[in-house]
Design a protein around this ligand. Structure first.
Ligand code: NAD
Length: 539
């Protein structure tokens, strides 16, 4: 009898536990659904935040006026930083390479390393150790970067997190008085763009988009040619990010990249294609992107990837980003830019990079070449190998080599050889980092400013607006708010030879002492060098 009562009791307890477990599971599911609904509402709200209206068949988005008393940041230069004290935030697949590259640059101190995952940040101290540099302080967790940004001894925060964290980290750094350099695409929507512009303008701090493709050999040399008129008036340009990411999808932290593509339409990764060609067209330095139209294919591979990676079904309608997105942009001066994005389908890597000018033509993918006729070649200062050189086909290698030699970018002359040794996408990552440090050390405007950042990133939200409205034209806002014609042409900034040599000597002495005697001795050496410099300039 007792046994029976005990069994009944146990049965009831078991039932109650099962019920509790069931309730917990149901609650968990409910929380998950509520979180998802919340995210969707936030997503819609974020889109709803950009107010827009029709103007003669064109979508026009509202642009916030520049707050009273705030100045534009075009050509912004800040006090020279003989030593750049840097912190890295986001050390997944991309970030560690940057840490390693910076150990090769003189006049740099890596102060802090931060990742959500503690172990990822700690691991990067290995690069510093290898370079005989003192270890950096490690920060981790969701908000480690907030503590990092409070430090007084950091000049620059270099951000390589997932896309959703770019702007929160950048805003925190700018608000705490630090320059920022943000991986591509730095801003994900128009709200992000305006917030970064306002902070850079208010704080008088740099906010650079780390567009490494602006620093590849072909792009830098062709930019130099375009600036010197080799192609005549460049009328039409193309750029792209066509890269089948099938080897990478499974490796992104918490699957952020696929999830972002699932929930967002438009060219969400436009800057590799747009950055280098926008520089050729002097965008916001004499011309302006005026209207865009976007069109995408249906999402075919995207939904399949969701199934593969998460096991969940995903329909074509549930995946916002079309497999292949094309954006066409017309500038105020009548030029056309075509940008493509496809990270889904099997095809050779391609950034297009094509310039069509009134006197010549440049093309990088899949065939690297130039087409000029004999007359244009001669007036560009290069004797053609054959007098009947025509622009109907790419010129022969010997002619191309001669053209490239004459127009080699000064940036490649300075950093090209070292970049091939240090590496990073064939060296372009190192050239980008070295130029950033050079400009900061010499107090020069950076090559890529916060307006470039906004112009190159705005294709995502503006393209979505276009496509969600039957591919309607959308007016591109003037992010400079009335100053797109102040600067006459895009140019890289350089210090005088004398200043450059002085800065480089101080940077070298600092790094040598840092590597042999540590931080205290390096800081003492820096003070000694700065005193000597001041004395020299007084004479
Ligand atoms: N320019 C290029 O050629 C190039 C190439 C690859 C990636 N990228 C860009 O680099 C960025 C990173 O890409 P990835 O491939 O390294 O992605 P990833 O997923 O490998 O790394 C992202 C990292 O961000 C960290 N993170 C997330 N939240 C954080 C927080 N609150 N604080 C600190 N760290 C946080 C994650 O822990 C992870 O380690 C992306 O913006 C991507 O577009 C650029």
């Amino acid at each position: 009898m007792l046994n029976f009562a005990l069994r009944v009791k146990l049965y009831l307890i078991n039932k109650i536990f099962n019920c509790i477990n069931l309730i917990i599971e149901k609650m968990k599911k409910l929380c998950y659904v509520m979180a998802l609904v919340g995210m969707l509402i936030l997503c819609n709200e974020a889109n709803a935040q950009t107010k827009w209206h029709w103007e003669k068949g064109t979508i026009v988005v509202d642009a916030p006026a520049r707050p009273a008393g705030q100045q534009h940041a075009l050509g912004l230069s800040t006090a020279p930083l003989p030593v750049v004290r840097v912190a890295f935030v986001g050390l997944g697949m991309r970030g560690p390479g940057a840490v390693e590259r910076w150990t090769h640059i003189n006049g740099v101190r890596i102060v802090a390393l931060c990742d959500y995952e503690r172990e990822r940040a700690e691991r990067c101290n290995g690069y510093l150790k290898k370079a005989n540099m003192p270890e950096a302080e490690v920060y981790f967790g969701d908000y480690g970067y907030e503590v990092l940004c409070q430090r007084k001894d950091i000049d620059l925060v270099y951000i390589a997190t997932d896309w959703v964290h770019h702007v929160p980290v950048a805003k925190c750094a700018l608000e705490n008085g630090k320059h920022v350099a943000i991986e591509v695409p730095s801003a994900m929507d128009l709200k992000d763009c305006w917030e970064l512009i306002d902070l850079s303008e208010q704080k008088r701090l740099h906010c650079m988009l780390l567009e490494n493709c602006c620093y590849d050999d072909f792009e830098l040399n062709s930019l130099n040619m375009a600036q010197q008129g080799v192609f005549g008036d460049v009328l039409r340009v193309q750029g792209a990010y066509i890269h089948n990411l099938s080897d990478f999808w499974g490796s992104y932290w918490k699957n952020w990249r696929l999830e972002y593509n699932r929930t967002h339409r438009g060219d969400v990764y436009a800057t590799h294609g747009l950055g280098p060609v926008a520089q050729v067209l002097d965008i916001h330095r004499g011309d302006r992107m005026k209207t865009l139209v976007a069109m995408d294919t249906k999402a075919a591979t995207g939904p399949e990837l969701v199934k593969q990676l998460t096991g969940k079904d995903c329909t074509e309608e549930e995946f916002r980003n079309g497999d292949h997105t094309t954006t066409l942009i017309r500038t105020e001066k009548g030029k056309v830019i075509e940008i493509q994005h496809d990270v889904m389908n099997p095809q050779p890597y391609n950034r297009l990079y094509q310039l069509t000018g009134t006197k010549g033509f440049a093309n990088k993918y899949p065939i690297q070449g130039y087409a000029l006729d004999a007359g244009q070649m001669k007036s560009s200062g290069v004797a053609p190998q054959v007098d009947n050189l025509s622009s109907h086909s790419f010129m022969k290698k010997a002619d191309m080599d001669a053209l490239v030699e004459k127009y080699q970018s000064p940036i490649l002359k300075k950093y090209g050889a070292e970049a091939k040794v240090v590496g990073g996408h064939g060296g372009m990552d190192f050239v980008m980092d070295a130029r950033l440090v050079y400009c900061l050390q010499n107090g020069l405007p950076l090559d890529i400013d916060v307006y470039d950042l906004a112009e190159w990133c705005c294709l995502a939200e503006l393209g979505a607006l276009s496509m969600d409205n039957n591919c309607a034209p959308v007016a591109v806002p003037d992010f400079t708010r009335g100053h797109a014609y102040d600067q006459k042409g895009y140019r890289h900034a350089y210090a005088s030879e004398e200043q450059e040599a002085e800065t480089a000597a101080i940077a070298k002495a600092y790094t040598m002492t840092l590597k042999t005697k540590g931080v205290k001795a390096a800081e003492a050496e820096l003070q000694k060098q700065l005193k000597l410099q001041a004395k020299k300039h007084k004479k």
